[in-house]
Design a protein around this ligand. Structure first.
Ligand code: XIL
Length: 345
């Protein structure tokens, strides 16, 4: 019985995001899954600015170093995530000692230092970086983040220029979610194409892949994949399939944690129904069939986690749910469709 990574060896890398537990606590069953099934890893949290650079003069390297050491030891392709993102980023970056916004020049200098220090530490060890994460909104316009407000619309290209200077040999990616939405697809395409036309290096686009049982459609996903492939390599960077209903109406909506609410939005806390299980099975198989069909355009497919037990989906967009988004279950066993995903190749 072959593994995922071996089955897809001629198609694309098979990756997993590693979190704190998997980096620090050596659980031999989980380790076994990671090293036998995957040939690439990405940092789920430990390289985000708030973790790795909590204060201007303080870098916290311990966890990221351990993550890198694990990848090197197991000869995996190591991916860095992420150098510039509006979320999980400490406030000190944006404000001066009086709490006022810093100038464009100061923020650029701070970000250049941030990017250069991190990339140079891991030079030659990291295959590629999600340089900028989530800069575009679903309607295709630019997100009005602190980076956008203080630096202006050219903030994204500045990050890629800094990254290229810091490590000309590392691959540089633009990464975002909901990339199958047509307006967002075109917004991301235009952003990356605009940079490339100016001679700024962007090697590939990451489509996060936090999907649900029915959306996005395969057709919409495929259209984006083909569109992005015009610009470079495509990666599915954060694949997971939630089986749970979205609790609020808007993204980020404040969600009440009343018992009724939890029950209503946590329907599978005692296990999946056979119907949902079959749906998840079908969804994963059709997604991997699509990826395999376009293997010449895809460099890597990364799952956002290893087992359901510690997927972020249990806690997002509300805490304390029981979700089933990944390929391995809470008992560290492959789900029945893993074998089918393997046989696609
Ligand atoms: C998530 C992590 O999985 C969680 O552990 C953390 O609490 C929040 O961030 N898009 C991204 C990822 O690019 O970095 C996010 O990861 C999930 C959404």
């Amino acid at each position: 019985q072959t593994s995922l990574k071996d089955a897809y060896i001629d198609a694309f890398l098979i990756g997993a995001a590693l979190n704190e537990d998997q980096i620090y606590e050596r659980d031999s069953e989980v380790d076994d899954i990671i090293t036998s099934q995957f040939n690439s890893i990405v940092a789920e949290n430990c390289m985000k600015a708030e973790n790795i650079h909590p204060e201007e003069d303080d870098f916290f390297w311990e966890e990221a170093d351990a993550f890198i050491a694990f990848g090197l030891k197991n000869e995996m392709s190591i991916i860095g995530h992420t150098l510039a993102w509006h979320s999980q980023t400490p406030d000190w970056l944006f404000v001066d000692e009086n709490g006022e916004d810093v100038s464009r020049d100061v923020l650029l200098e701070r970000m250049q230092n941030h990017i250069t220090t991190i990339m140079q530490r891991y030079k030659g060890k990291v295959k590629g970086w999600d340089v900028v994460n989530e800069a575009i909104l679903d309607d295709g316009s630019m997100r009005e983040s602190k980076f956008y407000e203080i630096i202006g619309p050219d903030w994204v290209e500045k990050m890629f220029i800094f990254a290229n200077q810091a490590d000309p040999d590392a691959e540089l990616y633009y990464n975002d979610y909901s990339m199958a939405i047509p307006e967002k697809r075109e917004g991301a395409y235009a952003l990356v194409k605009g940079m490339q036309d100016k001679g700024i290096r962007v090697d590939g686009i990451g489509m996060q892949g936090h999907i649900n049982l029915d959306g996005p459609t395969l057709e919409a996903f495929e259209e984006s994949l083909l569109r992005f492939a015009e610009l470079g390599q495509v990666m599915i960077t954060e694949l997971d399939v939630t089986v749970l209903p979205w609790p609020g109406t808007e993204v980020g909506a404040e969600v009440s944690m009343s018992v009724e609410f939890q029950d209503e939005f946590n329907p599978y806390r005692n296990g999946l129904t056979p119907a949902v299980e079959a749906h998840l099975h079908k969804r994963y198989v059709e997604m991997f069939s699509l990826f395999h069909k376009h293997a010449d355009k895809i460099d890597r497919v990364t799952l956002w986690g290893v087992t359901d037990a510690n997927s972020w989906r249990n806690d997002w967009p509300m805490d304390g749910r029981t979700d089933y988004p990944l390929l391995f279950d809470r008992a560290n066993k492959p789900k029945p469709f893993v074998q089918e995903i393997i046989t696609i190749t």
